[in-house]
Design a protein around this ligand. Structure first.
Ligand code: ATP
Ligand code: MG
Length: 573
């Protein structure tokens, strides 16, 4: 179909069109064809019943992105049609998260609940036209009559009620006269339709829980299918872009829109594949359970796939957007590797993170030939990936900390780090040689003694002298204590959603969080531990101060290790 349009429009700039994804092409073609007066208006329609996750970010990038690309606008519409599960807490969080991702809806913030009066009027009209009826059956009875895709459904015994009776009952449903679940309003379409969604879909149900915006005004609430298309129409939305599970809903979307639209304007639904990530659950129901059951620390726990979780963990909006761009938009469901997301995060952090030194698992090194009271400062590059990132000073003294893993008493052949008799360079400072390992009564190493070569600091004649290993370190007297939280994947099963026989809680990775105390960070890190700062702790990974961090008790989240350790594990297996 797209190709025909091109053939009919020889003036189309074909090269421009070819660089677009299929949704953008459809939008492009509609604009070229002058549909809706050449207007482009998309919408992002979250239900405020949970926090946004990275799947929503994919939808946001599409909805806002396509509008940006073609000079249109994108509405933020809260799809608040179910007061039982919704809350203003979620509304506020959703706004923050969209802004963080870098998008803005200006003054176009709408609520499906704003359309309750219009939707109600439409329902009344459909009743009057014999296109809707009140059904007194329970939802179980209605479900039992639905039939199957190959066998027709059964008509409700209430299907042929008079218009007067339907009007009376529907008004009384909304007045609160009947119990929840005792009656629904259904569209009278076709119980033997090939499309199950056409088998007299439910339009309205009774809910008595107060709504966070409309209070107790309404006792009947529209179902998704009776609200979404019409809300798009009322708002002037031209392209209603959603995920593939709505493909079978599209004819019903069009059916209800037909009740309103004319030839000058009608919204069009287009579907793309949802984002599914390995080692991740994306269902809001499951994410809510993790929060409610205390299996994570909250919606913004850095292990959560929520936008606020990723933010707290230290992911950047640029990395999230780059990842979404990389996986693209298709018409087929897929499972994307979380490694791709992590790759995008490393890439961006490598570009922007400030290099500094921290020792996670410290052991003390005493440089026995270095004067006791002497302190020098050495210069460290803040970021070799950037031209003007500058340097900072780091103190050096007789006692320093290095990582315990960087020392071995009886090293294997290719161990190029510190060992008795071995030389290593301390990054940015001197070459040291290990003379002795001091142990306690149990044989644990408590201190390592070394000598340094004074001729090997930067600028000295021996600065160029090569040794095989370079270690990170911090000056013991100057280092600041910190807590570090090491995060790993929340689930240890590649596709938790596919394991339908197992409870998703059983698939949680028991090692998804390790807390380290007594981490030693250089003073520069402590001085710059403001929220949002991105560090590369040299040789270890990317870290950011956590929300819990205070000057008295520094807390850092590991955003991601320098290398993908999971890939290694998988390749071995
Ligand atoms: P539910 O409707 O079950 O509460 P939902 O994830 O569909 O959950 P919504 O708030 O309705 O939540 O979603 C808002 C928009 O985000 C919808 O247009 C939906 O298609 C899109 N969306 C949700 N999950 C994903 C995903 N994993 N990938 C891409 N888009 C998604
Ligand atoms: Mg939804």
């Amino acid at each position: 179909m797209a190709d025909n349009t091109e053939a009919k429009n020889p003036e189309n700039d074909n090269t421009e069109r070819k660089g677009l994804n299929f949704v953008e092409q459809a939008v492009y073609d509609d604009l070229q064809a002058g549909k809706n007066g050449g207007r482009l208006n998309t919408r992002f329609p979250p239900e405020p019943n949970g926090y946004l996750h990275i799947g929503h970010a994919k939808a946001i990038c599409m909805d806002f992105g396509v509008a940006e690309k073609f000079g249109g606008t994108c509405n933020l519409r809260f799809d608040d049609t179910n007061p039982v599960k919704e809350d203003v807490e979620y509304v506020d969080a959703i706004r923050d998260d969209i802004h963080w991702l870098g998008f803005d809806w200006g003054d176009r913030e709408y609520y499906a609940s704003d359309y309750f009066p219009k939707l109600y009027d439409l329902a009344i009209r459909l009743i009057k036209e014999g296109k809707a009826y009140v059904d007194d059956q329970t939802s179980e009875e209605i479900a039992a009559q639905k039939g199957t895709p190959t066998t027709p459904g059964t008509e409700s015994p209430y299907r042929n009620r008079s218009v007067e009776e339907n009007l009376d009952l529907f008004e009384r449903m909304n007045a609160g006269e009947f119990d929840e679940g005792s009656r629904v309003l259904r569209a009278k379409i076709d119980m033997s339709s090939d499309n199950m969604h056409f088998r007299d879909p439910i339009m309205y149900r009774i809910i008595k829980t107060p709504h966070h915006r409309t209070g107790t005004k309404w006792k009947v609430y529209p179902m998704y299918d009776f609200a979404h298309g019409q809300s798009d129409y009322f708002e002037g939305v031209t392209h209603s872009i959603c995920t593939l599970e709505f493909v079978p809903h599209r004819p019903l979307y069009d059916y209800f829109v037909d009740e309103l639209a004319d030839e000058t304007y009608r919204p069009r639904q287009i579907e793309f594949n949802r984002l599914n990530l390995t080692y991740t659950v994306m269902s809001k129901r499951k994410l809510l359970a993790l929060v409610k059951e205390g299996l994570v620390a909250g919606w913004d726990d850095p292990r959560m796939p929520t936008v606020c979780g990723l933010r707290r963990r230290g992911y950047t909006p640029a990395a999230v957007r780059k990842f979404i761009d990389t996986i693209g938009y298709t018409k087929y469901e897929a499972l994307n590797s979380v490694s791709l997301l992590e790759h995008a995060v490393r890439d961006d952090l490598n570009r922007i993170a400030t290099r500094a030194m921290a020792v996670l698992n410290p052991v003390k090194v005493v440089i026995t030939n270095y004067p006791e009271d002497k302190v020098e400062t050495v210069s460290m590059d803040n970021n070799p990936e950037q031209e003007n990132a500058g340097t900072h000073r780091m103190p050096f003294s007789r006692e320093i900390y290095i990582e315990r893993e960087d020392f071995m008493e009886n090293p294997p052949k290719k161990f190029f780090r510190l060992a008795p008799g071995n030389e290593v360079r301390l990054k940015g400072a001197y070459i040291i040689k290990c003379t002795e390992a001091i142990k306690d009564a149990d044989g644990n190493i408590t201190e390592i003694h070394c000598t340094y070569d004074p001729d090997t600091h930067s600028g000295a004649p021996g600065a160029a002298r090569k040794v095989k290993g370079t270690l990170h370190w911090v000056s013991a007297a100057h280092a600041v204590d910190a807590e570090v939280r090491l995060y790993d994947r929340l689930f240890n099963v590649e596709n938790p959603a596919a394991e339908t026989e197992r409870d998703f809680r059983e698939m949680l990775n028991p090692d998804s969080l390790k807390v380290l105390q007594g981490v030693k960070v250089e003073p520069f890190i402590a001085e710059n531990a403001k929220p949002g700062t991105k560090f590369q702790f040299q040789r270890i990974g990317y870290f950011t101060p956590d929300l819990d961090s205070t000057p008295e008790h520094l807390v850092f989240n590991r955003t991601i290790a320098l290398k993908d350790t999971w890939e290694k594990v998988q390749n071995k297996g």
